[in-house]
Design a binder for this molecule. Structure first.
Ligand code: GCB
Length: 505
């Protein structure tokens, strides 16, 4: 069922002088319409990013009520568009809260390790900005990071922006083995907040990915925001703990959060646990690339995603899209979007998951010009499942851009507990076989810097309806939706433990 869900809530409220109040919506899929005390307050489009509606003047002392209508009907000009391979969970899918703030308040900030043309070892310069909404020029803003010896005051310009650059006494840089987070305190006038932030440097050098100057290899998995054990959207600490339990057991250092921004708890947990993240806007396969209004939506979603997570050290990659058709209209659209992502955040790597080419004999030539606009190229391919036989991978010769490549999707489908021979489709043994041949192929591509099988866990998808085999789930998971592991999970656990696939250099 898709359509409009209506929500209504009565609440008591006591306004105080010099206070502004906002309704914060963690995520609402897909279009939201909000009224407070019968007054239309705001609309929002986009199912996976947070937004705030100011309700200060709509509220009064005593009893108030809010009405939210959320329409999950798919729209050909939406992002995503009408065709998706996941369950379209509608309505309010994340937390909603009423937030009281002083009239001048900190609404945005960015605190990161300075990202110069090169990382000079031992450089501890932190830079970024604090934005104080409603502040006149010259408003003081204090920035304190006690553990790093930072205690400074800067002031806002006429737009409320206070850029800063400051030297920390010393820093332990954030990395999977050392997920060090610092308490960062910001204050301006009546407003003050604290955040836990890690500092690290991520960049590419030729075909290598460097984290804090050291070449790394991403050993990860893809995942949808499908809650383990219960299905539904991941939206609480327990779900997140279960997922990170799987990732750690698998010895992963990386996760691609598909195909849209997930609950912020995921980034928080990744920051704490030292797991690197690929974060993506829901620009999946076919959308209306020819329409300027759709481009505007894409930039809006990109903005909201980056704004929420720009202080999360775990996020190393912003992805602008997944498996889009290779034609000039789309290439122009996505090249511009990649440029926009880089403008919004020049400290991270920009990527996209490409699909195609199909094999010609034993040759696969990736000629998608979108790659020119990316720092890291994601390559999806399903040799042994949608295309050819598992062993075709052994002799497949790839021509890929001279950039770091992440093999961002590969896999095969099976229901947990179904066994057979290694060449029998829909058997756990065949899923393992597909991966083993993929590893042979991947180890021959010199510029591969990461792998992420499709997919960590089976997830609901109404298009997957083969009785007994799928029953409404995409079953390419290494783990079933009830938490039971397939044989392939163990394969990845060992491969990542021994680092036997891929190399950092
Ligand atoms: C893909 C898509 C992913 C699908 C998957 C599949 O290439 O990126 O969203 O779910 O294949 O299972 O077909």
């Amino acid at each position: 069922m898709e359509g409009v869900i209506w929500y209504q809530r009565d609440f008591e409220f006591q306004p105080r002088p010099n206070m502004r109040t906002f309704l914060h919506i963690g995520a609402a899929n897909y279009k939201s319409f909000i009224w407070v005390n019968q007054k239309r307050i705001c609309d929002h489009e986009g199912g996976f990013t947070p937004f705030d509606c100011e309700v200060t003047t709509a509220l009064h002392a005593g009893s108030n009520f809010v009405v939210i209508a959320v329409d999950s009907t798919r729209d050909v000009d939406g992002i995503p568009s009408v065709g998706i391979d996941w369950f379209n969970y509608g309505g309010l899918t994340r937390d909603v809260s009423l937030v009281n703030l002083p009239t001048r308040f900190i609404d945005d900030y960015d605190v990161h390790l300075k990202h110069g043309p090169a990382l000079s070892p031992g450089d501890t310069t932190l830079t970024g900005y604090v934005h104080v909404e409603g502040a006149p020029a010259g408003t003081p803003v204090s920035l304190r990071i006690p553990e790093a010896g930072v205690n400074t005051t800067v002031s806002t310009d006429a737009s409320g922006l206070a850029p800063f650059e400051v030297r920390a006494s010393s820093l332990t840089l954030w990395a999977p083995g050392t997920p060090k987070l610092y308490k960062v305190s910001l204050a301006s006038g009546e407003d003050a907040l604290t955040d836990d932030i890690g500092f690290r440097d991520i960049r590419v050098d030729g075909t290598r990915i460097l984290l804090n100057g050291k070449a790394i290899f991403l050993e990860g998995a893809n995942m949808h925001a499908e809650a383990p054990y219960r299905t539904g959207r991941v939206d609480n600490d327990e779900d997140v703990k279960n997922i990170f339990g799987f990732l750690k057991e698998m010895n992963a250092n990386f996760v691609r959060l598909c195909h849209y921004p997930h609950d912020e708890r995921m980034e928080r947990a990744a920051d704490r646990d030292g797991i690197m993240i690929w974060s993506e806007i829901p620009l999946w396969q076919h959308i209306s690339f020819e329409k300027p209004a759709v481009y505007a939506k894409a930039t809006f979603m990109l903005n909201e995603m980056i704004r929420r997570d720009r202080n999360k050290a775990s996020v190393i990659l912003w992805s602008v899209s997944n498996e889009t058709p290779n034609n000039s209209t789309r290439t122009e659209f996505l090249k511009n979007l990649a440029k926009e992502a880089r403008r919004l955040d020049p400290t991270r790597l920009i990527t996209s998951a490409l699909i195609g080419p199909h094999a010609t004999g034993d040759q696969m030539v990736q000629n998608d010009r979108l790659a020119d606009a990316l720092d890291v190229v994601g390559q999806n391919e399903y040799i042994g499942w949608y295309e050819g036989k598992p062993e075709d991978a052994d002799t497949m010769h790839w021509t890929l851009p001279q950039k770091p490549i992440v093999m961002s999707e590969f896999g095969a489908e099976v229901k947990q507990g179904d066994h057979g021979t290694k060449n029998q489709r829909w058997a756990e043994e065949q899923q393992v076989n597909v991966f083993e041949h993929q590893f042979v192929m991947i180890n021959k591509i010199p510029q591969v810097r990461g792998v992420a099988p499709w997919v960590l866990m089976d997830f609901r998808s109404p298009t997957r309806n083969i009785p007994k085999l799928q029953d409404g789930f995409n079953r390419k998971g290494l783990i079933a939706e009830d938490g039971k592991k397939k044989q392939a999970f163990d394969l990845f656990r060992k491969v990542y433990q021994q680092h036997s696939v891929g190399k950092a250099e």
